[in-house]
Design a protein around this ligand. Structure first.
Ligand code: ATP
Ligand code: MG
Length: 662
């Protein structure tokens, strides 16, 4: 018998990453608890600073349960399995789901892809593939393996089949199921970790590695950030966020959090004509609802003064000029109808003149579209984003924060990179439509010799079968096709929330799609499926009777009360229980009763005995009352059967629909 008390076991088990309740459960059985203790101690698995993580810990606990039933597994085998769980938990989990102990190592290696790993390292050593992307090699090799040997998961259904065939009870499979359940729950967390460490995000530079025009800019940047990752989520406050934005939120907040960094929520409020206060409030709420807390909430308009000063500096450096061309003229010059862009007549005006004109723009001398400040970029560059983009325009609009202070407003192209620079952003993560903008982003930072963040672009999330554009959703709202931004048919975040979609389900969906430079096009059905899957493992089951039919149990006294405790989830005991009073009067759903019985009807009829879902005893319908005018059944009179007289599952086979106790 172990000398340790269950309490000591519990804290030891928690030290490998088991939750308190799982640790307590594992400590209950003395035999498997002792084995688990020995596994932990002999393999040095306990660590406060670096626990195994819940998924691996659950597998180790499940292994201890299995070992208790298979005493002939030697130490070497045990060590082998523990190592496999620690190093390759998900594939090991798959293997142990379908194989009992002791383990056949060759079979295990094949299932777990050791063979494919060897091939991958072999292929990587082929000289002509020396510079090939390792991820692509891995994917290509795995594709060949899958085509030749079938999918890795192929073992799973087989395991289920064999259980069914042999009629093995589910009790022994219970701990496996629980392990699988828990591993499903942590799957989201795991895929999040992988997203941030592999592929596109894994390949991003380290803070400070982004090149600067002058070395001291890097030093100053690192002095401010302490070498931390700084990101920002920069929505334009011109609408409510939709599911696509969740990817950008996840990427920006998640990446920084994963590296112990900081994320700004920055409102890109440079277009006062389209912005509304309600959008700001909702965006903050949505970010918080998704579980992220911005390090700081800022506004591009916080920097209007600094941006203006830098515009003057840009003109002084002969890198910007005031232009009075019409928009048609500008378009024509920018090459729509000519082979190459043309310099406009204002491009080479004296610096002093541009300074004076810019002052006039600021003072309200010009009406909208009569004057622009344009950057003097490179008209010989093939990238249109280098063809003298507009930096400032005149707008006759009151700004929600700066009111009427400004007559001129900076553009996205001018503002975004500079505010990223002011905020010392280490990774400016945006979607791929901004790839061509990166050159002008970098040009402007260098032209002004300010810290230059590195912009990196990932693929947008397009959910097909719904609308993912604020502008288009606004049209639907304005034209009355939907009742508002939270109409449940939309995929705005507030609509999803209204439908009961939990934030974790959205994040889990986004994280499992991964992040790369490719656009992700996903059918809306896959999103719904991901939400259902998430709810399946996490939502407490509550019962209600939609169309109640009164049942009086005649052989129970008036004051009879039996408190029935029922689990809130059939497979996740952690979700707890609820207590329902079982009394002389209960209600079943009207659909669960009819007058005529038949072979394939398993619910209640006159004279028939059925079990009640999660209630202790079955009932027999002895008579019923009807409404004298409509003939509708209004009440059933039933008899409660004696304990043990009936086995409810004989009457109501598992998996059939049962009557529901109210
Ligand atoms: P919309 O077209 O709906 O107006 P937007 O790109 O104009 O979207 P912004 O408010 O400018 O919306 O976006 C804030 C951030 O969210 C940007 O960095 C943008 O790249 C990102 N984002 C917007 N839509 C998506 C999407 N579908 N997938 C991933 N990121 C997105
Ligand atoms: Mg936009």
């Amino acid at each position: 018998m172990p000398a340790d008390t269950p309490d000591i076991f519990t804290s030891l088990f928690q030290s490998i990453g088991l939750s308190k309740s799982k640790a307590a459960e594992a400590a209950k059985n003395a035999k498997s608890a002792t084995i688990l203790r020995n596994l932990i101690l002999s393999h040095d698995l306990a660590s406060e600073s670096d626990p195994l993580g819940e998924k691996r810990a659950v597998l180790i606990a499940a292994l201890a349960v299995q070992l208790a039933k298979a005493p002939n597994v030697d130490d070497a085998q045990q060590g082998y399995i523990v190592k496999a769980i620690c190093e390759r938990s998900s594939i090991a989990a798959r293997f142990f789901e379908s194989h009992s102990l002791p383990v056949n190592e060759a079979e295990f290696n094949e299932t777990c892809g050791v063979a494919s790993e060897l091939v991958i390292s072999g292929v990587k050593n082929i000289p002509s593939l020396r510079w090939a992307n390792p991820l692509e090699i891995k994917n290509a090799v795995e594709r060949v393996f899958t085509q030749t040997l079938g999918a890795k998961e192929a073992g799973k259904p087989k395991a289920k089949e064999s259980k069914k065939d042999t009629g093995v009870s589910t009790t022994s499979g219970k701990s496996d199921n629980t392990a699988a359940q828990v591993s499903d729950a942590v799957q989201g967390a795991k895929s999040r970790k992988v997203v941030f460490e592999e592929g596109f995000l894994g390949a991003l530079h380290k803070p400070g590695e982004n090149p600067q025009i002058k070395p001291d800019l890097r030093d100053k940047h690192l002095a401010v950030t302490g070498g931390r990752v700084y990101t920002r989520f920069p929505p334009e406050p011109n609408g409510y966020l939709h599911i696509g934005h969740c990817k950008a939120i996840f990427v920006n907040f998640g990446y920084a959090a994963h590296h112990g960094g900081r994320t700004y929520l920055r409102f890109d409020d440079t277009n006062p004509e389209k912005e509304e206060a309600r959008y700001f409030t909702s965006i903050i709420e949505v970010v918080r609802w998704l579980g992220y807390e911005p390090w700081k909430i800022t506004y591009s308009s916080d920097y209007f003064d600094q941006l203006y000063e830098l515009a003057i500096e840009l003109i002084k450096r002969d890198k910007a000029y005031v232009c009075h061309c019409s928009q048609e003229q500008m378009k024509a010059d920018r090459g729509e109808k000519v082979a190459a862009p043309r310099a406009c007549i204002h491009r080479d005006r004296p610096i002093e003149e541009s300074l004076a004109e810019f002052q006039k723009m600021k003072d309200g001398f010009y009406r909208p579209k009569e004057a622009f400040l344009r950057m003097k970029q490179d008209l010989t560059d093939p990238n249109p984003k280098m063809w003298d983009l507009t930096a400032y325009r005149v707008l006759d609009a009151s700004h929600h924060r700066t009111r009427d202070k400004w007559k001129i407003y900076p553009t996205y192209d001018y503002t975004h990179c500079l505010v990223d620079s002011f905020e010392n952003i280490s990774h400016s993560l945006c979607t791929t439509e901004f790839v061509t903008s990166r050159q002008s982003y970098e040009w402007l930072c260098d032209a002004l010799e300010v810290y230059k963040p590195r912009q990196s672009e990932f693929g947008r999330l397009n959910v097909t079968g719904t609308i993912n554009s604020k502008r288009k959703i606004l049209q639907l709202v304005n034209q009355g096709y939907v009742t508002g931004w939270d109409d449940p048919r939309l995929h705005t975040v507030i609509a999803l929330r209204r439908r009961g979609v939990p934030p974790e389900a959205i994040l889990s969906f986004v994280s499992t799609l991964g992040v790369s430079t490719a656009e992700t096009n996903i059918q809306i059905g896959r999103f719904d499926q991901a939400v259902r899957q998430f709810l399946e493992g996490t939502a407490p089951r509550l019962l209600m009777v939609l169309s109640p039919l009164k049942v009086t149990i005649e052989n129970l006294p008036e004051d009879y009360v039996l408190m029935v405790e029922k689990p809130l989830h059939p497979k996740v005991p952690e979700l707890g229980t609820s207590i329902i009073p079982f009394t002389r009067t209960i209600y079943i759903d009207a659909d669960d009763f009819r007058l005529e019985d038949s072979k394939d009807y398993f619910r209640l009829t006159p004279g028939k005995t059925v079990g009640l879902f999660q209630a202790p005893y079955p009932i027999t319908c002895t008579s019923y009352k009807t409404d004298p005018t409509t003939g509708e059944v209004t009440e059933l009179v039933c008899r409660l059967e004696e304990k043990g007289t009936y086995k409810t599952e004989n009457i109501y086979p598992m998996g059939r629909r049962t009557c529901t106790v109210w």
